[in-house]
Design a protein around this ligand. Structure first.
Ligand code: SF4
Length: 239
């Protein structure tokens, strides 16, 4: 494991110096847009996965997507093709999206790790930490209203301190004006068929939340012209 601090990031020894500002990786990595972030991911060697991958997988989808889907890491097919969710789990994800009236054109899909862990092993904490600034910047640039959190690793990264995925799946958790909805990972449902029904129900919960948001937006849209008319009404009254 490479323990050298990434270029521009203070080492442990430097952190003990009170006269030095402690730069985090996140301070250093902010991109103007998604294409430049994507190029940086393709060039990235900040953790050992950069050496073992075939292709980096930054993510795909519209830059102004209202829904961001965050999975765990690329698998074998994703690593070969450079796109997220192109294998069996991807087909299931497409099916689940169709079931609630959505398609890939409506969502941006990415993972907490942009490169495949060998043998599809679990992400390691240092890999997640090294890769986190890319996900943070995707959240900043896309500014989604809803984030679908696929599985326990994405849950631990995006909603640290929450209960396990078995307890919180299907719930809406608000953070900084964004609705996070943890759901089981489609790959987990493919391995454990008893998770399929709860996964479908989780997606129905997503649909219900999107409908509530749309209804709220409609109410706000009709309320605004009335509110805007009030000052003129007042002028008429006193004019
Ligand atoms: S997993 Fe993330 S931090 Fe590691 S090399 Fe790939 S893009 Fe860089």
């Amino acid at each position: 494991m490479n323990t050298t601090a990434p270029a521009g990031v203070t080492s442990g020894a430097e952190r003990s110096r009170p006269d030095l500002r402690v730069y985090t990786f996140a301070d250093l990595v902010t991109f103007a847009d998604l294409p430049s972030l994507s190029r940086a991911v393709h060039d990235c060697r900040r953790c050992p996965l950069g050496a073992s991958r075939t292709h980096a997988v930054p993510g795909v989808g519209p830059a102004d997507a209202r829904i961001l889907i965050v999975g765990e890491a690329p698998g074998q097919n994703e690593d070969l093709q450079g796109e997220p969710f192109v294998g069996a789990a991807g087909k299931l994800l497409d099916q689940l999206l169709r079931g609630i009236g959505l398609s890939r054109a409506d969502v941006f899909i990415t993972n907490i790790l942009k490169c495949r862990p060998p043998g599809n092993r679990d992400p390691q904490p240092d890999e997640v930490e090294a890769c986190s600034p890319f996900l943070e910047d995707q959240l900043r640039l896309i500014r989604p209203e809803v984030v679908l959190v696929l599985g326990r690793h994405a849950l631990a990264r995006l909603l640290p301190g929450q209960d396990s995925i078995t307890r919180v799946h299907g719930r809406v958790i608000s953070r900084d004006g964004v609705s996070y909805i943890p759901v089981y990972h489609p790959a987990a449902a493919l391995y454990n068929s008893f998770l399929m029904k709860p996964l479908e129900q989780d997606f129905q919960a997503v649909r219900a939340h999107l409908d509530r948001m749309a209804a709220r937006r409609a109410v706000e849209a009709t309320a605004q012209p009335v509110a805007a008319a009030r000052p003129e009404e007042q002028l008429t009254l006193f004019g």
